[in-house]
Unconditional design. Structure first.
Length: 285
């Protein structure tokens, strides 16, 4: 288990209206290990599910047997409903498998432009699946970005309360919070709002840009944060997100997955609130 330290102050006692903005996120706490195909994990072998096909990327083809073929994407993570029920699985699915192409892609959205790995989500039913790996016979074939290689990690999911990044709040409430933060030295952004590290759900931070108004590419509907892939588990601005059990394990816990996205940043995957099978929306901060 991993334990996030309690906040130094209950922000709702200072700004009571923030209680309505409270959300629970699932900090995944990946740590290097040898996960099994039947485990929820980051990196490592995926469960082989009948009918599931490993996604490929035609934009970055590779040579195989003297021919250019679409590049199979790298496995990034898989999550079972039993371990992370907070994920909005379709009714007929209990498994989410995440892949990405380990090359930079440029994707334009109405309100933003994305540059990073192309991400594919597979919503699956694990019933009757074999407890074996869905191997990638072309894995780690040049060219690929080394920083997008994900080290196999086991997970220790922990539920933590978050509050939104200040730009998510209505104007008057944001003004009051900023004033209270300045007067009391609360360090709201770094210690009280959005958790660092790999996580499921919760709030998204907009520290590198102004808040972006993201919408579903397929239906123009609202989207919500599904997954955050982070380059590190905490940062030097606050030790709030540094788990208590890892205080003597900096070398193993700070950058456990080995993935570096957006120059030590974080890749966020948003999904449509009406249909998670629609195209995901990607953003890097």
């Amino acid at each position: 288990m991993r334990t996030t330290p309690a906040p130094a102050v209950d922000i709702t006692t200072i700004v009571p209206e923030l209680a309505a903005w409270r959300r629970t996120t699932v900090r995944l706490h990946p740590r290097p290990g040898r996960p099994r195909p039947a485990d929820s994990h980051i990196g490592g072998p995926l469960l082989a599910v009948a009918g599931a096909v490993r996604p490929t990327c035609a934009e970055h083809p590779m040579e195989h047997d003297g021919q250019l073929v679409p590049r199979p994407m790298e496995s990034v993570a898989q999550f079972f409903r039993r371990d992370v029920p907070e994920i909005p699985y379709p009714a007929d699915c209990d498994l989410l498998q995440v892949h990405w192409c380990p090359n930079d892609h440029c994707i334009e959205y109405p309100d933003s432009e994305y540059g990073g790995p192309a991400v594919s989500l597979a919503w699956l039913d694990s019933t009757g699946a074999a407890d074996e790996s869905a191997d990638n016979p072309f894995s780690r074939v040049d060219p690929y970005e080394e920083s997008y290689t994900v080290r196999p990690c086991r997970l220790s999911p922990e539920r933590v309360v978050e509050f939104p990044y200040v730009e998510e709040l209505p104007g008057e409430l944001m003004t009051r919070l900023v004033a209270a933060d300045r007067e009391r030295g609360l360090r709201y952004q770094y210690a009280l709002s959005v958790a660092r590290g790999w996580k499921i759900g919760g709030w998204a931070s907009w520290h590198a840009t102004d808040k972006r108004n993201l919408t579903c590419p397929d239906c123009d509907g609202a989207v919500e944060l599904l997954l955050k892939a982070d380059s590190s588990e905490w940062d030097g601005a606050s030790d709030r997100w540094w788990p208590l059990e890892d205080r003597d394990a900096l070398d193993r816990a700070y950058e456990p997955t080995g993935a570096d996205v957006g120059r030590a940043g974080e890749l966020r995957v948003f999904v449509c609130r009406d249909d998670v099978r629609h195209q995901p929306v990607l953003d890097i901060q």
